[in-house]
Design a binder for this molecule. Sequence first.
Ligand code: SAM
Length: 208
Amino acid sequence: MLDVGVGSGRFAEIAADHGARVVGIDLSRAVDAAAENLGDRALIAQADLFRPPFADGTFDVVYSIGVLHHTPSTASAVRALAPLVKPGGTLAILVYRQAAWYRMADLYRHLTTRLSDRSLYRLSGILASLYPLQQLPVVGRPLRFLLPVSSQADREWRVLDTFDWYAPRYQWKHTKSEVVGWFRDLGFESIEVLDFPVAVRGRRPLDK
Ligand SMILES: C[S@@+](CC[C@H](N)C(=O)[O-])C[C@H]1O[C@@H](n2cnc3c(N)ncnc32)[C@H](O)[C@@H]1O
């Protein structure tokens, strides 16, 4: 399996623990963390998904979770990954959808995308500490709307996901039909929309 945009390796770890032979790529220095976290359970390489260092048809499964919408064009990113899937293999992606509370976060992103990593990390820590207040009755709901923060139960993951939300230069949002359309245009079959929005997977036909 190829994990595209492996980050610190949290999903590659799950795949490896289920017995997959996993290769993970990422553009950033996150590869150092992934290599440390995964050890010999996966092969990690620093690479750009638009110029993948693999022959076409190398992988039974190519998946990418929370990554492609952070590139200049999500559709082009999907087109770049499709050839890496073996005929009969699976491509599965998760990209962001539009939602009401994201609009507030997108307003803040005009500022947060200009902060240094260090300042944004500190701010993410402060925001993540507000999470318990956001669970209170009555005041919780407006607080969640006004100050969108990751809802991960573990604080460290909450800081990471909050940072991830407010840092990237590109952060496109997509609809199910748009994503399914990309898979269809690439000739994929057995296309399924999965529960967590917007997650889609499809099978590369045997004769392509
Ligand atoms: C939000 S993180 C998600 C990481 C991981 N999939 C997860 O969910 O924990 C997005 C990752 O995509 C990587 N990324 C962005 N553009 C990329 C590209 N062109 N090629 C490879 N990785 C890329 C970033 O470096 C970052 O680690």
